[in-house]
Design a protein around this ligand. Sequence first.
Ligand code: SF4
Length: 263
Amino acid sequence: MTDNDVKGRIFDIQRYSIHDGRGIRTIVFLKGCVLRCRWCCNPESQSYEIQTMKTQDGVKTVGRDVTVGEVMETVERDRGYYRRSGGGLTLSGGESLCQPEFALALLREAKSRGISTAIESMGCAEWSTVEKLLPYIDQYLLDIKHTNPQKHREFTGKSNELMLENAKKIAASGLTELTVRVPVVPTFNASREEIAAIARFADALSGVAGLHLLPYHRLGQDKYEGLGREYSMADIVPPSGELMNELLETAKANCNLHCQIGG
Ligand code: SF4
């Protein structure tokens, strides 16, 4: 069996993205995640199961099984844009590491075709899994949501020890360009102390390319209703521009990395 024959489960492919890695990119969203972040804007990504979701246009099936070769047919369509912009393929989710064989085959196939690769991930898998993928990832966009294990567990369902350990190992490997991304979520981590702690952690990693603060938004709210789930963040107001600027200054004051708002 070749990499092109490996099957996996995705719920979307988005072309022409400019926020998830360098240049113009095609984002492949893999189904399944081990966390249950309260603010998740893609709740349809969390379960590995194929689901139905009510939308304005009717009931939609979320999730389909595809081969790497089928995904690459779509990815190949924008090869000209990747060449001109420095873009390529980005794996997202969910957490791509929940389908390690599929993610590996996608990344390896893209690299063998000369297409640059990126992954958006919080690094929540055994190190032996992460390690296998690293040689095929040009850019690792690593979510670090909090430095406190208890608070991380309270808001996402899991402690962060494994993720923070993996962050150190990914950085030390030198195999990929590492960017730390922080979802800034009021009541969870949108304070100076919490952002300062994340910035200091990121600063202590070797060779981090940058620290991106991503403001919480409510764009996923309707999807919760569509899935018949309660949206527990309904009362949480997204951070103001003023607060984001304050937190950006805090991040800059606590690390020597390039810091910015947005991806
Ligand atoms: S890690 Fe990402 S995909 Fe998974 S639940 Fe959290 S926000 Fe959603």
